[in-house]
Write a protein that binds this ligand. Structure first.
Ligand SMILES: Nc1ncc2cc(-c3cccc4ccccc34)c(N3CC[C@@H](N)C3)nc2n1
Ligand SMILES: [Ca+2]
Length: 451
């Protein structure tokens, strides 16, 4: 029996590149894989890649990839003993983690209790503040006069945010007392309709922060390690476009503090498996924002600087094994950058561009990694996320990595749909990016906005 065979069969409750990524780790470990797919994904690569595949419903996610009962039914039918949720869809649904465990299968991720606790921005912020993790000045009061008194005490601008929120939905910046009442009402309405929970909170607004996140890993015995940080400041409408590891402005002292804070967050919520602690960084200070209780899209750059396989680690830890590496065995070597290749038209306000891939040639050579779900003849289904590939480059220095990414972007041929390839080439040649001077408003600036 293959020593790596921690499970007999893993059902991957996802699609696209992440489903293939998980299946690749399973195959290397001798674990059989089960794919689930909607009728729109009948000729998708993850369906072809798996050992078994089951159609679970129609294209709309609620009829397929979000259909917990149907996915569990297939897991039972196929005899799967574990489920990997990937990212998005059911990955951070506490009820799914609970339902998988209740069905007698292993959920490859944290417990329902942990997901619930960290799914509330207010609950997690309060718990981390109590644990001594830096958070921005904030209040949970939305009573108009109390909110204005709070903002007066710390100074405008402040920002109203949805507690059950994500992706920037329900965020309203308030620059004066006159805007406060309407901002609170607007955010509560948006939060109620987007998340079914109108709860909002108010915190100090940082004009140009950096988004620095720390990868952590914890096992069922309470051991926690970090796997360094990622800088994800280049986003557009809260969708990350470029991520890199390590963060170009990180110092040993700041890394020590931020990684210790991230591991405190993990311990405070009894975390198990892979997780990411998101911070905002501004002018030497960092503040806990939220925790993502899933494997993230950009786990790739962390794998490239550490040389570790994080999905393999997830499977082992989910099977009850101790962390496979001690902290001093986790080394940051070199630099890595990821460009998310989306089927969007940067010249047309990034409108999603469906269509059929007519020509596909991927780059290669030293230090290049492609995670994709496309092939010639593949038609991109309109109902799902527009990301069709992740192009990663790694080298020993950030400068060499940027030069390698430029070279790879020039080699990459995807015809038949508009993509963000030209935008990435512009970013890799943008002096501000090359200088490592990026913050969350980078793409709003004229220098790159031309696209
Ligand atoms: N108090 C305070 N100040 C500035 C902020 C700025 C952002 C922000 C806004 C726009 C793009 C961003 C990109 C990376 C990181 C943060 C941002 C922000 N969020 C939260 C959800 C995330 N997607 C964006 N929260 C902030 N909070
Ligand atoms: Ca999040």
């Amino acid at each position: 029996m293959n020593k790596d065979r921690y499970f007999d069969k893993v059902l991957v409750a996802n699609r696209g590149e992440i489903a293939i990524r998980v299946m690749r780790a399973c195959r290397e470990m001798g674990i059989e894989t089960v794919a689930v797919y909607s009728d729109a994904d009948a000729d998708a690569l993850h369906v072809k890649y798996a050992d078994e595949a089951f159609m679970i419903g129609s294209a709309h996610p609620t009829k397929s990839y979000l259909n917990m009962d149907r996915i569990l039914e297939v897991a039972q039918m196929a005899g799967a003993d574990a489920i990997h949720p990937g990212y998005g869809f059911l990955a951070e649904k506490a009820a799914f983690s609970a339902a998988v465990s209740k069905a007698g299968l292993t959920f490859i991720g944290p417990s329902e209790k942990t997901i619930s606790m960290m799914g509330s921005k207010i609950g997690s912020k309060q718990a981390m503040a109590d644990a001594g993790v830096p958070v921005l000045p904030w209040t949970r009061s939305t009573e108009h006069d109390e909110a204005k008194a709070f903002a007066d005490s710390i100074g405008y601008p402040v920002i109203v945010k949805a507690s059950a929120g994500g992706g920037g939905i329900g965020m309203t910046i308030v620059r004066s007392a006159a805007e406060m009442d309407e901002a609170i009402e607007k955010s509560m309405r948006t939060a109620a309709s987007a998340f079914g929970d109108p709860t909002v909170f108010i915190e100090k607004y940082l004009e140009n922060p950096r988004h620095i996140e720390v990868q952590i890993f914890a096992d069922s015995k309470g051991d926690v390690v970090h796997m360094f940080e990622r800088d994800c400041s280049i986003q557009r409408r809260h969708q990350k476009l470029v991520e890199e590891a390590p963060c170009p402005i990180m110092t040993p002292e700041l890394r020590e503090k931020m990684t210790q804070s991230a591991m405190t967050v993990a311990r405070t919520c009894n975390y198990e498996n892979a997780g990411t602690v998101e911070f905002l960084y501004d002018n030497g200070n960092y503040y806990f924002m939220e925790m993502n209780t899933r494997l993230q899209v950009e786990h790739t750059v962390t794998e490239l600087i550490t040389g570790l396989d994080m999905v393999r680690m997830q499977i082992k830890v989910a099977a009850g094994e101790p962390l496979p590496y001690s902290q001093d065995q986790i080394i940051c070597r070199g630099h890595a950058i990821e460009c998310r290749i989306n089927a969007e038209d940067p010249a047309n306000n990034f409108a999603a561009d469906a269509g059929k891939i007519t020509r596909y040639r991927s780059p290669g050579g030293p230090g290049i990694r492609i995670d994709s779900c496309i092939h010639v003849g593949y038609s991109i289904p309109p109902l799902y996320d527009s990301m069709i590939a992740k192009l990663c480059a790694r080298a020993m220095t950030r400068e060499e990595t940027i030069a390698r990414m430029r070279r790879a972007l020039m080699e990459y041929v995807i015809l038949g749909v508009k993509t963000t390839l030209p935008l990435h080439y512009a970013i890799m040649n943008n002096p501000q990016f090359v200088a490592g001077d990026t913050h969350t408003n980078f793409l709003e600036e004229p220098a790159v906005k031309k696209y």
